[in-house]
Design a protein around this ligand. Structure first.
Ligand SMILES: [Ca+2]
Ligand SMILES: [Ca+2]
Length: 213
């Protein structure tokens, strides 16, 4: 048995641990001036990101759950984070008629018929929240089939109406800032097109506290 093999495992890792600690403290000998600046810059960026990283309070905002088989769709009374508010349910598509914005799945709000879906969010009263969501017309449909309304605590705060429909999805980012009044807030998306089982797609919903402390 060689000497190195007889050493405890932590001693084999010790030099690397020492080096990492030295870099973090800014005391490690660096090979060149070029190397020094990027390392210091990186450590500052990480510290800022940890403190300022926005927290998305939406659960399952990309509609990746439940994961369907490729090339299929289904309509649900509820999915992780979301429940049906009106209509026959929440339709999830996975590679059926157009590409999602994020991940492999998105929602079509006109499922078997016009539907609405909501989620109750944990919020801080009097804090401002940035709502971001992505919407696309369903490919190959009439523009009038692709309209949705976004509500916050029962009040409509944004509307989307497609004007141009192509052969694939054309995702558009929308942003709205709201003020929460309660410790729980209700966000809701509703199809407001002709009720005929085809309508606007929804993906990548996020709600982030943007109040300054
Ligand atoms: Ca998605
Ligand atoms: Ca429709």
């Amino acid at each position: 048995m060689s000497i190195s093999k007889s050493l405890p495992a932590f001693l084999h890792r010790a030099p690397a641990l020492v080096a990492l600690t030295s870099i973090a403290l800014g005391t490690a000998p660096l090979a060149s001036a070029e190397a020094r600046a990027p390392r210091r810059a990186a450590s500052v960026q990480i510290a800022v990101a940890d403190e300022a990283r926005p927290v998305n309070v939406v659960v399952n905002g990309s509609f990746e759950l439940p994961a369907l088989d490729d090339g299929t769709w289904n309509v649900f009374e509820e999915i992780r984070g979301w429940r049906t508010a009106a209509g026959p349910g929440i339709e999830i598509q996975r590679g059926v008629a157009g590409s999602p914005l994020d991940g492999a799945q998105h929602v079509e709000l006109d499922s078997h018929a016009s539907s609405a879906m909501y989620q109750i969010l944990d919020t801080q009263p009097d804090h401002r929240y940035l709502i971001t969501y992505w919407v696309s017309p369903r490919p190959g449909t009439a523009a009038s089939d692709n309209r949705l309304a976004l509500s916050w605590d029962g009040a409509v705060i944004d509307r989307y109406a497609a004007t141009d429909v192509g052969d694939d999805t054309a995702w558009v980012r929308r942003e709205v800032i709201v003020t929460a009044h309660h410790r729980e807030s209700r966000i809701q998306f509703a199809d407001v097109s002709e009720s005929n089982s085809v309508g606007a797609y929804l993906d990548e919903v996020s709600v982030v506290d943007v109040s300054t402390p």
